[in-house]
Design a protein around this ligand. Structure first.
Ligand SMILES: [Zn+2]
Length: 321
């Protein structure tokens, strides 16, 4: 038989122990679920400071289309007028081979003012079995092969659209991010007379800001969302059916959540998003997202416009390498 005084002491000791445990951060996490947007808010606020430093004082959108398959040309021609009617002028990143296959469609888009990037020459996708598979990775090519692909693409854009491309984005650029790889591309882009590239992942933007001076070149990193700032918000990641192209509602939800946070809290920045026209054509989440951006007053820009508005004397942050 345990004496009652011992029992009381034990009970008090256990109660004290439980009180102590309940005050630990681990216990707090058990009762309060972590805020899934907390990191994103901090990341977007940190980027906003870098955006203000280059004269970006409100949320802006730069939409570009990645046109890696033959299906993208027709889809682009159908989507472009809808976007233009809402003040959104998309830029086009089309491999040289695809430009030549669908020269009619792309020259018509160029004739109504669409801007084209140099996106390499060789094809970026091939049809196998039941869907497209990515091909042509610069990290699997020699430096000379990469440079030859970039130069050949420059000529293709000039031939098909009648104008030289203004900027460059590598095929499957996420696999070509090492400082020496970016320096190779930036150097060639400079030799071709470009003033900007957009060939870096969101992590680069989180580190350096939305407009980054890299030697002779300005770099415009792609963007993530408020929920996952380091993950590109593109159409491929949100296809819930990659054989028959069905865009998931999450595409619109993440974009709307991001834009609402920026507009509601006065957080400036550049949302640099890209999509594949064939993925988003006739897909409600894409049009819902674009309507929402327009309704929230997010202005559409392109790198040339941002560079021409660059605050005098305000040097864009320089990335080492
Ligand atoms: Zn591509």
């Amino acid at each position: 038989m345990i004496p009652s005084a011992v029992m009381a002491r034990s009970r008090r000791a256990v109660a004290a122990l439980l009180r102590a445990i309940s005050r630990t951060p681990e216990a707090a996490q058990l009762v309060t679920p972590p805020d899934p947007l907390a990191d994103g808010r901090l990341a977007f606020e940190a980027m906003a400071k870098k955006a203000r430093a280059v004269g970006i004082d409100r949320p802006l959108l730069w939409l570009s289309f990645d046109c890696d398959t033959d299906a993208d040309a027709e889809a682009a021609e159908r989507i472009d007028p809808w976007l233009r009617a809402r003040g959104i002028r998309a830029s086009y990143a089309v491999p040289g081979v695809q430009l030549e296959v669908a020269a009619g469609a792309y020259s018509r888009l160029a004739a109504v003012g669409a801007e084209f990037l140099n996106h390499g020459y060789q094809p970026h996708a091939e049809w196998r079995e039941d869907r497209y598979h990515p091909i042509t990775f610069y990290d699997q090519m020699s430096a000379d092969e990469v440079l030859a692909d970039v130069r050949r693409a420059h000529e293709a854009v000039l031939r098909v659209t009648g104008r030289a491309p203004l900027g460059f984005r590598a095929p499957h650029f996420g696999s070509f991010q090492a400082p020496q790889q970016l320096a190779l591309l930036h150097g060639e882009a400079h030799r071709l007379g470009y003033s900007w590239c957009s060939t870096t992942v969101p992590e680069f933007g989180l580190q350096h800001g939305p407009v980054v001076r890299c030697g002779d070149m300005y770099e415009f990193p792609l963007s993530g969302s408020l929920r996952t700032p380091g993950l590109i918000l593109d159409s491929w990641c949100h296809l819930e059916d990659r054989a028959n192209y069905k865009l998931a509602p999450s595409y619109a939800e993440l974009m709307k959540e991001t834009v609402d946070f920026m507009v509601d809290n006065g957080v400036p920045g550049l949302l640099s998003y890209y999509a594949d026209p064939a993925h988003v054509e006739s897909q409600p989440p894409f049009f819902e997202a674009m309507e929402h951006l327009a309704a929230r007053g997010v202005c559409n820009v392109n790198p040339g416009k941002i560079l021409s508005d660059l605050r005098p004397g305000a040097a864009a942050r320089t990335a080492a390498g």
